[in-house]
Design a protein around this ligand. Structure first.
Ligand SMILES: *Cc1c(COP(=O)(O)O)cnc(C)c1O
Length: 404
């Protein structure tokens, strides 16, 4: 068959439940076509019920939620904010919006998320004034916030991170943009720190096309989030302002999409976890390819994306790029792991605490197609590519070769 005839298999594409249009029509019927309305209230309540967070504010994007969350934690010019280097750029950019200095932390091998040991090293360096930014040597001071990320849906090592954060009294904003449906020790990702961020972008586990949320157990914080997200209007008949606000609310129309999507999230998590099990079983037989597993039973990943690491020495010289190219030839999308922030032109001048873990993951890691709408035929097409590529890497082949 010609390559161009095969339909594209996406990394992670939107997956509608069928109920979205009902809620959209309802919004139009009531004429709540605005960033205010009944769907917003329902979606916020549903999100609290699902995550166990006491309060939530739905917003125009996950990035807006991080920006708002950091400003509510009092982050200002020249403050230090610690985040993991191995992440999507949106974890770090809001630190810059506020004029603060991002300090990047390496990952641990178990979860690929923030290493608690490097985190504490960075805090101590900030306290000593030992961190350098493009502006020069920093003032000795306590970091204003810590942003661990639950990357690809894998929960960060939250008990160790919270222990360090609490010991120094630094608030934690969890970037759970990719992790709705994930939990650590039975607590939802996003609901363990001072506040947490969820994204409903088109490629996430559920989507409102674009959108996000800030969740928290702190009522005052979410009240203030809603105030700042609607241009910080003081109580008055006329428009009175004493603070800088933003226009960050989610549309009531899109909140309708969110309600319908959240109704089916359990199915979406189950489908993505089942993709993971498929890949895990497939690669159990292949030398040199490892899927990232949950380290122990405390971790429950929504398996937003299944990720693998390829050791080309063990896999007969096959590299990550070879796997990507072979999949692309069959019109199947895959993607390298996020390039760490400390390796980015934008952020290479900023402080970084690490020991090469995220670099290695970046160089050898790959995200595989993981959508909840992948069919059995799609998975077969993917495994056919692997069959050909890894035919000499099977453990049983090796045994045969040795016996022979
Ligand atoms: C998607 C994402 C964001 C940003 O969310 P948007 O809704 O796209 O603004 C932030 N952090 C991570 C880790 C993400 O994957």
């Amino acid at each position: 068959m010609e390559q161009s005839l095969k339909s594209k298999i996406w990394l992670s594409s939107p997956h509608m439940s069928g109920n979205e249009l009902t809620y959209i029509e309802e919004a139009f019927r009531c004429n709540w076509v605005a960033p205010v309305g009944p769907h917003i209230d329902v979606f916020e309540k549903d999100l609290c019920d699902y995550t166990g967070a006491a309060h939530s504010a739905v917003l125009s994007s996950g990035t807006a939620a991080i920006h708002l969350g950091l400003s509510l934690l009092g982050v200002k010019t020249d403050d230090y904010v610690l985040t993991q280097s191995l992440t999507f750029v949106a974890s770090a950019n809001p630190i810059k919006y506020l004029g603060a200095t991002p300090v990047f932390i390496d990952s641990e091998t178990d979860t690929w998320n923030m290493c608690p040991v490097q985190l504490e090293r960075a805090i101590l360096a900030c306290l000593k004034g030992d961190v350098r930014s493009p502006k020069g040597k920093g003032e000795p001071k306590l970091p204003k916030a810590i942003i661990p990320v639950h990357l690809y849906g894998m929960p960060a090592n939250m008990s160790a991170i919270m222990e360090v954060a609490n010991r120094y009294g630094i608030p934690v904003l969890e970037d759970a943009a990719e992790a709705l449906g994930s939990s650590y020790a039975q607590q939802s990702c996003g609901a363990m720190g001072k506040c947490g961020v969820i994204s409903f972008n088109g490629n996430k586990i559920i989507t409102t096309s674009s959108g996000g949320a800030l969740i928290s157990n702190d009522e005052e914080l979410i009240k203030n989030a809603k105030f700042l997200a609607t241009q910080a209007k003081d109580v008055a008949q006329h428009y009175e302002h004493s603070q800088v606000g933003y226009n960050y609310r989610l549309s009531n129309v899109l909140a309708g999409v969110g309600i319908a999507q959240l109704e089916v999230i359990d199915d979406r998590v189950a489908a993505r976890r089942s993709n993971f099990e498929f890949y895990k079983a497939y690669f159990s037989d292949i030398d040199g390819v490892e899927v990232l597993e949950e380290p122990n039973s405390k971790y429950f990943s929504n398996r937003w994306l299944t990720t693998i690491k390829i050791s080309s020495e063990r896999a007969m010289g096959i590299t990550r790029d070879d796997v990507m190219a072979a999949l692309a030839f069959e019109n199947i999308e895959s993607r390298p792991i996020w390039k760490p922030m400390h390796m980015q032109p934008l952020y290479s001048q900023y402080p970084y605490f690490g020991s090469g873990v995220s670099e290695d993951i970046f160089e050898t890691g790959l995200c595989l197609p993981s959508g909840s709408n992948l069919s059995a035929a799609d998975l077969l097409r993917i495994s056919n590519v692997f069959d050909e590529l890894f035919q000499n890497c099977r453990y049983d082949q090796r045994k045969v070769a040795v016996n022979f």
